[in-house]
Write a protein that binds this ligand. Structure first.
Ligand code: ADP
Ligand code: MG
Length: 382
C-alpha cells in the first residue's frame, strides 16, 4: 500500500508539472466537513491523484456516480497548513516576478472564506491563505535581502452590485466607487484610486485585515448578508530591486468570490433582485470568459463585468492562476455541488500559455532609456 501511495503521489506531481508547463489554470477542490447528519453525504471517493466521485442521493446506484478530475482534492480533514503547503510554490513565484491569481469559488457556506481568511477570530494556526501568503512573502524577502530589496504593498476592495469599493480606506465620506483601468501600463495599477498600503510585518497585515473586515461588516448589516453577495479582492503588489538595479514588479490577487448559488429570481424583489442579477451577471461573465479562453476564441468578453475586467491580466495569459472549487458534502446541496464541479472542470481545461516574468535586467532598462531619449531627440528635430 505504501508503494501504491508513492506512485499515485508521483503521478499527481507529474500531472501538475505538465499542466504548469502548458500553463493551465490549476484547480484544487476542497470539501468542507459535513455539519448535518440528516442528509446523505454525496462524497463517494477522493483520489490522491486528484479524482473525485460524487453520488447523486436520489440515484444511489451506479447511475448516480459522477467522476471529476482536478489537480488535487482536499477532503474534509485537510488542514489550513496542508492547503497552504500546496499553494506556497505558486505564491512564492510572485517574488520571482510572476503575476499570480488565486480565487475561491463555490456556493455560500461551502468554505471559501475559511480557505482565504480562516474562521472568524482565527488563531494564527487557523489563518487562511491571505495571511499565510503574506507571512511567507515576508520570510522570503528577508532570506533574499542580501541580493534583492523588496517592497510589499496591499490593496483590498470589494465588488458589490457592479461597484468597486475600497475596503481599506478610513475616509468614510469618500463615495468609494472606484474605476478600474483595464489597460494598465506594464507596471501600473488597475485600481489607481484605491488606497495602497505598504506592509512590513504580519502585524501590519493583521491590522489592515481588521480594517477590511470592519468596512465589510458595516455594509453587510445595512444590506443583508452582503458578504456572500460580494467579491472581495486582496491584491499584493511586489516591487523588487536587485543589486545590479534590475527590477521586479508583480502582483498577487487573492479573491473570495460571491456565492455561486443560483438565486431564485421569483422569490426576490427590489434590492435583492438587483443584487441577484448583478451576482449572476459577474459570475456568469467569469464563466463566459473561462469558456472563451478554453475554446481559444479570439474575442474574450472581459469587459462585460467589473470582476473579469479587474482580473483580465490574471485570467488571460501571462499570469499563473489557481482556482479553489469549494463544495459542501450534504445531499441537499448536490445540485449546487455538481454545478460547481462542472464549472471547475471547465476551468481546468483553460490553457493560459506560459506565464510571463515581470522582470527587467539593468541592461534592458538601460536600453529602454536610450531608446526613449533617442525618440525624444528625434521628436525635437521634427
Ligand atoms: P463561504 O465563505 O463559502 O460562504 P465559510 O467559509 O463562511 O463559507 O464556511 C461556512 C462555515 O463552515 C463556517 O462556519 C466555516 O468556519 C466552516 N468551514 C468551512 N470550511 C471548513 C473546513 N475546511 N473545516 C472546518 N470548518 C469549515
Ligand atoms: Mg464567505
Amino acid at each position: 500500500a505504501q508503494g501504491y501511495h508513492k506512485v499515485v503521489q508521483e503521478n499527481r506531481n507529474l500531472y501538475n508539472m505538465v499542466q504548469d508547463l502548458k500553463g493551465n489554470i490549476r484547480v484544487y477542490c476542497r470539501i468542507r466537513p459535513a455539519f448535518r447528519s440528516d442528509t446523505k453525504n454525496v462524497i463517494d471517493y477522493i483520489g490522491e491523484d486528484g479524482s473525485l466521485v460524487v453520488l447523486d442521493p436520489s440515484k444511489p446506484n451506479k447511475d448516480g456516480k459522477k467522476l471529476f478530475q482536478f489537480n488535487r482534492v482536499f477532503g474534509p480533514t485537510a488542514t489550513q497548513e496542508e492547503v497552504f503547503g500546496d499553494t506556497q510554490p505558486l505564491i512564492r513565484s510572485v517574488m520571482d516576478g510572476y503575476n499570480v491569481c488565486i480565487f475561491a469559488y463555490g456556493q455560500t457556506g461551502s468554505g471559501k472564506t475559511h480557505t482565504m481568511c480562516g474562521p472568524v477570530g482565527a488563531s494564527r494556526k487557523e489563518m487562511g491563505i491571505n495571511y499565510l501568503a503574506l507571512n511567507d512573502l515576508f520570510d522570503l524577502s528577508n532570506s533574499r535581502k542580501d541580493v534583492l530589496k523588496y517592497e510589499i504593498f496591499v490593496q483590498m476592495v470589494e465588488i458589490y452590485n457592479e461597484q468597486v469599493r475600497d475596503l481599506l480606506t478610513t475616509d468614510s465620506t469618500s463615495s468609494n466607487k472606484l474605476e478600474i483601468r483595464s489597460c494598465t501600463s506594464e507596471n501600473g495599477l488597475s485600481l489607481p484610486d484605491a488606497t495602497i498600503h505598504p506592509v512590513k510585518s504580519t502585524t501590519d497585515v493583521l491590522n489592515l485585515m481588521k480594517t477590511g473586515q470592519v468596512n465589510r461588516a458595516v455594509s453587510s448589516t445595512a444590506l443583508n448578508n452582503q458578504s456572500s453577495r460580494s467579491h472581495s479582492i486582496l491584491t499584493v503588489h511586489v516591487h523588487g530591486k536587485d543589486v545590479n538595479g534590475g527590477t521586479i514588479r508583480s502582483c498577487l490577487h487573492l479573491v473570495d468570490l460571491a456565492g455561486s448559488e443560483r438565486v431564485d429570481k421569483s422569490e426576490v424583489t427590489g434590492e435583492g433582485l438587483k443584487e441577484a442579477q448583478h451576482i449572476n451577471k459577474s459570475l456568469s461573465c467569469l464563466g463566459d470568459v473561462i469558456t472563451a479562453l478554453s475554446q481559444k476564441n479570439s474575442y474574450i468578453p472581459y469587459r462585460n463585468s467589473k470582476l473579469t475586467l479587474l482580473l483580465q491580466n490574471s485570467l488571460g495569459g501571462n499570469a499563473k492562476t489557481l482556482m479553489f472549487a469549494h463544495v459542501s458534502p450534504e445531499g441537499d446541496s448536490f445540485g449546487e455541488t455538481v454545478s460547481t464541479l462542472k464549472f471547475a472542470q471547465r476551468a481546468s481545461t483553460v490553457e493560459l500559455g506560459a506565464a510571463r516574468l515581470n522582470k527587467e535586467s539593468r541592461e534592458v532598462m538601460d536600453l529602454k532609456e536610450q531608446i526613449e531619449s533617442l525618440k525624444k531627440q528625434l521628436a525635437e528635430k521634427d
